[in-house]
Ligand binder design. Structure first.
Ligand SMILES: Cc1ncc(COP(=O)(O)O)c(C=O)c1O
Length: 363
């Protein structure tokens, strides 16, 4: 099994200059810039995983008949590397991402990637490109994107016998440029994201392709994000296009929709559930209908709504909008939302004790 030191390292001859990199890290945005290198490895049924290497960041050569282009056999992950005040670089619960990646792979008939190989790939890339991890101020980080896709050249509906795994990295600022401004959410009543028995609990590209039309509808209606209902009854709230959702009740209970097989089990969601209990709130996973959301806000029982995910951390929801109506959920980040957000960021940036052992040192 490859160790980080076993990864063949081919360094780029055209690294981005230190000045240009500093400019990018000063205002990275999200998903716009990529580091100098990437990690790649290959898989076949005969060889298992092989050819683990760090190489210059650049395009793949993709045959027009590569099966991923036709049958969308592809999965990905998203996690971040955080620079602490002492200069060290850490990531957050990467073993949970590794486990989710394995579950996504199993659902999409892709090969199993052992946890240690997943971690070693991330470590090898972040160590090679450690200069790209921004200083932690202003919620900056290096976003890591591991992914796996069917790279066999063939047409026909069956699992690919050649698979490529890669990790790329992208310096990131806040996901929503408005910072802690509450976001507005569009209720998708026509389109659903994932159905029972489908791929909703897997992090596969197809789920996102299916969500784009609803996200476009959200933008057309002046909203930042879309919220999906369950596909069978269009009754229960599932999640946003790229985040899980929480409701803060006046009695101190924090509720998130229970996992039903079509919701993505967020690493942030799980961490918020744990942190909420630690901070003295009662955390519950149960179904929440769209009526309960509306009625809860109107009656005052629901005091805050927030969304969470690796990219957006914890972000207040200020408005729910649908065809023919809207409901204000708060003009600013509520006290509970802010408290949970700050605690999570404090753990990730090493400002408080890592009581859960969630941090994993990379550099
Ligand atoms: C559909 C969806 N739900 C939830 C999440 C939040 O997951 P995590 O907290 O692991 O980033 C994401 C982000 O990856 C997502 O794409």
């Amino acid at each position: 099994m490859a160790k980080p030191t076993d990864f063949a390292i081919e360094r780029t001859a055209s690294a981005v200059s230190a000045q240009r990199r500093a400019d990018i890290l000063g205002d990275p945005g999200f998903g716009r810039y990529f580091t100098d290198h990437m990690c790649v490895m290959e898989w076949t049924p005969e060889k298992g995983w092989y050819a683990a290497r760090i190489k210059p960041y650049g395009p793949f050569s993709v045959d027009p008949a590569s099966s991923v282009l036709h049958y969308a056999q592809e999965i990905f992950e998203g996690l971040k590397a955080y620079r602490h005040a002492d200069g060290s670089v850490w990531t957050f619960r990467p073993e949970v991402n590794a486990a989710r990646f394995q579950q996504s792979a199993a659902r999409m008939a892709l090969p199993h990637l052992p946890e240690d190989l997943f971690l070693q790939a991330i470590e090898a890339l972040v160590r090679t490109d450690s200069d790209w991890v921004p200083e932690g101020g202003g919620e900056r980080s290096l976003y890591l994107r591991p992914f796996m896709f069917a790279s066999e050249v063939f047409l026909g509906v069956r699992p690919s016998k050649h698979v490529t795994f890669a990790v790329i990295a992208s310096p990131a600022g806040p996901y929503f440029p408005g910072g802690l401004e509450p976001v507005s959410i569009w209720l998708s009543e026509e389109f659903t994201r994932a159905a029972p028995g489908g791929t909703g609990a897997a992090k596969c590209g197809g789920n996102y392709a299916a969500s784009l039309i609803a996200q476009a509808e959200a933008i057309d209606n002046g909203c930042d994000q879309v919220v999906f209902l369950d596909a069978a009854n269009k009754h229960d709230i599932e999640e946003l296009g790229g985040m899980n959702i929480f409701f803060v009740h006046g009695d101190g209970t924090i509720v998130t929709p229970r996992l039903n097989g079509s919701i993505l089990e967020g690493v942030t969601r799980a961490s918020v559930l744990a942190l909420a209990e630690e901070l003295g709130y009662r955390a519950e996973e149960r179904s929440v209908s769209i009526e309960q959301w509306r009625e809860g806000v109107v009656s005052g029982d629901i005091e805050e709504v927030f969304a969470c995910g690796t990219a957006a951390v914890v972000t207040p929801v200020g408005l729910l909008k649908w065809r023919g109506g809207q409901l204000s959920c708060g003009d600013e980040s509520g006290k509970v939302t802010t408290t949970i957000r700050e605690r999570l960021l404090d753990v990730q940036y090493g400002r408080v004790d890592d009581a859960h052992g969630w941090l994993h040192r990379l550099v």
